[in-house]
Write a protein that binds this ligand. Structure first.
Ligand code: ZN
Length: 427
């Protein structure tokens, strides 16, 4: 799936009215189903989700504010951001002052529409550009929100690509934002591309893709999949991957998990090749669903890959976070970095030497002839010596790459060769 296809997917999903529940999420998941066989899981209202409870399902059909002349001055049809998420139905006439108590705008950016929600507190409201709000004349207004807030379901998407072993990797994105491009659609597009490119490939570790409404969706998944959490050996949440900032990796709670070390090395390699600088930041308990996966009961080693950080770009959670923030090249770069991180985690393994009593005699085993097959024979030989030296069963390929300061790919290639010649084995 190339950058143009990722961009086309984001454009197709952009107008849908998503929230933490409802038909917008279902339609989004069904659209992803055209690329990958994403299973849609429906969790009933009232179901436990760790310490939370799945809320009532919200669906929004029509909403507007009319002036006394009957003109629609705010209309859902113009932007999904115009209505506060989880607004209860309303149809009444109000004075300008009464209406204003239900309006939201951003004074510093008077032409942008903010995105607001009232998931867990009953109410209603409209969001609009501050300039428009300030210019509303003092007259009577008619407000109408045709929404339902009823027992139903929370929907999330799940896709599992099996590997040869029970352990698995996790890629999780949130799917609850309406017409917001960088914070939400970029992550969905990159995850979809990664899944489509990994499908059908031979791999050691399974890869699980989750498309969940933020917080409540990952908690609902955790509630129903406690026994799986221990199998996850590494993972990423993906968010804000289309804007112009460099890549940022947020470490897992552990801070030194394999995924943290691999992400650091992948980003350092890119910088060394002149492909752009990036930033590594420590875990903090704010952001996206990595907070839930890293909770004390689960401690899944899940980091987060992004460009601009949560809440740290001007357009965040406003109508200015539109499709113009995304670029084909940046989506592709993010896709490639995710594939590289997952690929190295898949190749990584603990191993032990099967000839641990000093340096084994490589010539006798035909390895020197095999070295002529390509790559840099001297480097491959040196990598093999490092592997054999470290092969007491307590080291992984990642450990050897770090200690030898050699590229992970070279260490992994050398390990494959040693395994073929029965000199090392998985420990
Ligand atoms: Zn957000």
């Amino acid at each position: 799936m190339n950058g143009a296809e990722m961009m086309a997917l984001a454009e197709e999903l952009y107008p849908l009215c998503r929230s933490i529940t409802g038909d917008g999420v279902r339609e989004t998941l069904r659209t992803l189903g055209r690329w990958n066989p994403v299973e849609i899981v429906e969790v009933p209202t009232g179901s436990p989700a760790c310490d939370w409870v799945v809320p009532r399902e919200w669906n929004l059909r029509e909403a507007w504010v009319k002036s006394s002349s009957g003109e629609k001055v705010v209309d859902l049809a113009d932007s999904t951001l115009h209505v506060v998420g989880y607004s209860v139905p309303v149809h009444e006439k109000l004075s300008r002052a009464e209406l204003d108590a239900h309006l939201h705008s951003i004074p510093e950016h008077p032409s942008w529409i903010p995105w607001r929600n009232s998931y867990y507190e009953e109410g209603w409201g409209f969001c609009l550009p501050h300039a428009q709000r300030a210019a509303l004349p003092d007259e009577e207004y008619e407000v109408y929100i045709d929404a339902s807030l009823e027992d139903g379901h929370l929907s999330y998407g799940e896709l599992f690509l099996p590997g040869r072993r029970d352990e698995e990797l996790l890629v999780s994105v949130h799917v609850c934002h309406p017409s917001l491009a960088n914070d939400n659609l970029s992550g969905i597009a990159v995850s979809t591309a990664v899944a489509s490119m990994l499908a059908g490939r031979d791999r050691t570790l399974g890869v699980r893709f989750l498309y969940v409404p933020g917080t409540i969706g990952s908690l609902a998944w955790l509630e129903r999949n406690r026994e799986r959490t221990g199998r996850v050996v590494g993972g990423l949440t993906l968010t804000c991957l289309g804007d112009a900032a460099g890549l940022t990796y947020k470490r897992s709670f552990a801070g030194d998990a394999d995924v943290d070390r691999v992400a650091k090395a992948v980003l350092a390699d890119r910088a060394a090749q002149g492909l752009g600088e990036s930033e590594l930041i420590d875990f903090y308990p704010y952001g996206y669903d990595e907070r839930q996966y890293n909770a004390p009961a689960f401690r899944m080693p899940v980091g987060s890959l992004m460009r601009s950080r949560h809440g740290r770009f001007d357009e965040y959670h406003s109508s200015a976070d539109d499709l113009s923030l995304l670029s084909v090249e940046r989506l592709e770069e993010a896709r490639d970095v995710v594939l590289e991180i997952l690929g190295r985690l898949d190749r990584n393994r603990r191993y032990r030497s099967l000839a641990p009593e000093g340096e084994p005699q490589l010539g006798r085993r035909g390895i020197y002839r095999a070295l002529g097959g390509g790559g840099d024979p001297a480097a491959l030989q040196y990598a093999m010596l490092w592997l054999l030296q470290c092969g007491d069963g307590s080291h992984s390929l990642l450990d050897v790459a770090e200690r030898s300061e050699m590229p992970f790919g070279q260490i992994a290639d050398a390990a494959d060769l040693l395994e073929e010649h029965a000199l090392i084995d998985r420990s």
